[in-house]
Ligand binder design. Structure first.
Ligand code: FE2
Length: 171
């Protein structure tokens, strides 16, 4: 996965990662660290295989690795992390050799990954718009499934409402 390796070595990626890790050092809720991003990547990859989603492995890993980088800006200046995340993702993906189509798909998914529901899963992807749609839903679902809300010591004060929490070990 040469392009993913390039992305992870990019100075902007390193800078965002360090900033987030420093800002969250005392956070008792879910962290947005590299471990979380890799959990999301692996879960999304499994879902994609199970559903014959046909998304490229490298695209899935790149999407998961960049999806929360916008938090770095949110911690610095209060900018919405979905918008900031899509902007950062665009820079990193273009610099790492991803095509314009792939950059578009990933940025759309990053910008929307908090607002998609689980309803109406797209099982088979055929057209470009369906692929983008599938990408958004895949990232949302993998992000949620990566959180072990059923075993969280901070659940009493977590801002996630009951419906948003993950109560099942699905993978
Ligand atoms: Fe996340």
């Amino acid at each position: 996965m040469e392009r993913v390796d390039t992305l992870m070595k990019h100075p902007l990626f390193r800078e965002c990662r360090e900033l987030i890790d420093r800002a969250e050092v005392n956070r008792i809720y879910c962290k947005h660290n590299l471990e979380h991003s890799l959990d999301v990547a692996r879960i999304a990859y499994i879902l994609n295989l199970e559903e014959q989603g046909a998304l490229d492995k490298e695209l899935i890993y790149a999407m998961a690795l960049v999806h929360d980088l916008g938090r770095s800006e949110e911690y610095q200046n209060g900018k919405n992390h979905h918008i900031a995340g899509a902007e950062i993702a665009k820079q990193l993906l273009e610099a790492s050799g991803f095509s314009a189509e792939e950059v578009h798909m990933i940025c759309q998914a990053v910008a929307a990954h908090k607002s998609w529901s689980d309803e109406g899963l797209v099982k088979k992807v055929e057209e470009q718009e369906k692929v983008v749609d599938y990408c958004k839903k895949l990232l949302y679902r993998a992000d949620k499934l990566s959180r072990n809300c059923y075993d969280c010591s901070a659940s009493k004060t977590c801002y996630w409402d009951e419906k948003a929490r993950n109560h099942q070990v699905l993978i």
